[in-house]
Design a protein around this ligand. Structure first.
Ligand SMILES: *Cc1c(COP(=O)(O)O)cnc(C)c1O
Length: 468
């Protein structure tokens, strides 16, 4: 299996190199040259299989010959062994044909664990086989950082630097990043916003001298292996509801478009999906784009679903490339115009293609709170605010009542207790494995939003480690 860049100007790579590279050198994102297709019998065969076995099947389809089957089986088994539910990502019914796909049973209570636990093991395996080390720098608005800390804390081949905006993440989120004792984890509170953190990471990657000297790698949602891991739960949940004989609609709370793009990938692989609903909060750039064809960046508004408070949705580039008929030049033009003027127009044909597969809906703060309260009342089920955006989006998208609708639950309510309490009156308790989180000792450094200073900090921290 070979991987190409959405901007068409980078060399094609095998699975391992695409995994370690993250972003392509031409600024594009890696996608497989051809989509692996599963037969109806393959998909039907997922019924009743453990999550890790389905994950192994799907990873094998994308890794090609890059990994031996034994290795794939072992890494997928280990990745999901620490989940707090035996099904890893169980389905819960909340209405006649309405289901919640719980993706928050991993160590840090958000769906990011599903991909990060596997990604960390894959990277460690490949680095170890090559006898190399990497330095991973992660900018986070909250959930990605915690997921990366837990996933990499017991891996040997990488140092991980988490940059989070000082004072702008929830207490649970901060503690999940700062209470880890492993010596390869470095939490940095940056005096600035999430955008500052992201800019610093981009500048570090653009500084080739620094990038090469520390062997910088990326694990944010543009990393292809994360998308692969997320395809798995679209398959397992659809099969549980009758696929391949029966279609399913998914509502996906969306920020960077990684999760909902994984749903689109499942469809390319042969899964019968009726509609993929792109559910956004008031930071609705994706809903506006699908409505109007104009992708236009506005300022970010803080909401109760902060992991979706995003205005530049990186993974959308992958869909633009695919829906435009793999037109890399077209993607380059759109991205150049985005860089220059903060907007671009999606070509008519591409937009028409996108609208046949996706619907989009924007759910505001009042509606999000109303959905949390109403769902608790009607179904005795407590939603987190991100998931409530997904459930709320179902109300504004017409659908066939005979087709099951699955909303992805991207976070546990206890990760956002204040918003849940305000909307429902219920204070969600942390699950047992995190019940002592507020007694643990925090360890982090505060740094100015200054790329050169943070580069010096990183270099000093990894000094003396043999990188290759
Ligand atoms: C990251 C995140 C999202 C958004 O996922 P994308 O793949 O960026 O679209 C939604 N909800 C929660 C809780 C998240 O952590």
């Amino acid at each position: 299996m070979r991987y190409v860049s959405t901007r068409g100007l980078a060399p094609t790579l095998g699975f391992e190199d695409a995994l370690l590279a993250g972003l392509a050198p031409d600024g594009g994102l890696y996608v497989p040259q051809v989509w692996p297709v599963l037969s109806k019998a393959d998909i039907a065969g997922f019924a009743g299989k453990p999550f890790n076995e389905v994950a192994a099947h799907i990873l094998a389809a994308f890794a090609g010959d890059a990994l031996e089957r034994d290795t794939i089986d072992r890494l997928t088994r280990e990745a999901y062994a620490g989940f707090q539910h035996p099904a890893a990502c169980p389905l819960v019914q909340i209405g006649t044909n309405d289901f919640i796909l719980e993706l928050f049973h991993g160590p840090t209570l958000a769906f990011k664990d599903v991909a990060m636990q596997l990604l960390a093991r894959l990277m460690d395996h490949v680095l170890s086989r090559r006898n190399e080390r990497s330095t991973i720098v992660v900018a986070t608005s909250g959930d990605t950082g915690g997921a990366a800390v837990d996933a990499f804390a017991r891996r040997e081949r990488a140092d991980v630097f988490i940059l989070f905006p000082n004072g702008r993440v929830s207490d649970v989120q901060r503690r999940q990043m700062t209470c880890e004792k492993a010596p390869n984890i470095h939490a940095v509170a940056v005096d600035g916003t999430f955008d500052d953190c992201q800019r610093i990471v981009k500048e570090m990657f653009a500084n080739t001298g620094f990038r090469d000297s520390v062997r910088l790698a990326a694990v944010n949602s543009i990393n292809w292996a994360r998308i692969v891991a997320q395809v798995v739960y679209f398959m397992t949940s659809a099969v549980a509801l009758g696929a391949p004989a029966r279609k399913v609609t998914f509502s996906v709370p969306t920020g960077n478009f990684g999760d909902v793009f994984a749903g689109w990938v499942a469809k390319q692989m042969g899964l019968a999906i009726e509609t993929l609903i792109v559910a956004t909060n008031v930071n609705d750039i994706l809903a506006r784009t699908i409505d109007t064809g104009v992708y236009e960046v506005r300022s970010v508004l803080p909401t109760t679903s902060p992991s979706m408070d995003i205005q530049v949705s990186s993974n959308f580039e992958r869909l633009l490339y695919e829906a435009g008929g793999k037109d890399a030049e077209g993607v380059r033009n759109m991205m150049a115009s985005l860089k220059q003027g903060g907007r671009f127009e999606v070509p008519e044909k591409t937009l028409r293609q996108i609208r046949t597969e996706f619907a989009a809906a924007r759910v505001d703060e009042a509606e999000t709170a109303r959905v949390m309260a109403a769902t608790l009342k009607s179904s005795a089920y407590l939603l987190d605010p991100h998931t409530a955006v997904g459930v709320g989006a179902l109300h504004s998208v017409a659908s066939d009542p005979a087709i099951p609708r699955v909303t992805l639950a991207t976070a546990h309510p206890a990760k956002f207790p204040d918003a849940v309490k305000r909307a429902t009156g219920v204070h969600p308790a942390l699950p047992p494995h995190l019940s002592d989180l507020f007694e643990r000792t925090e360890r982090f450094d505060v740094m100015p939003a200054d790329t050169a200073a943070i580069e010096r900090y990183v270099s000093a921290r990894i000094a003396g480690k043999v990188l290759a």
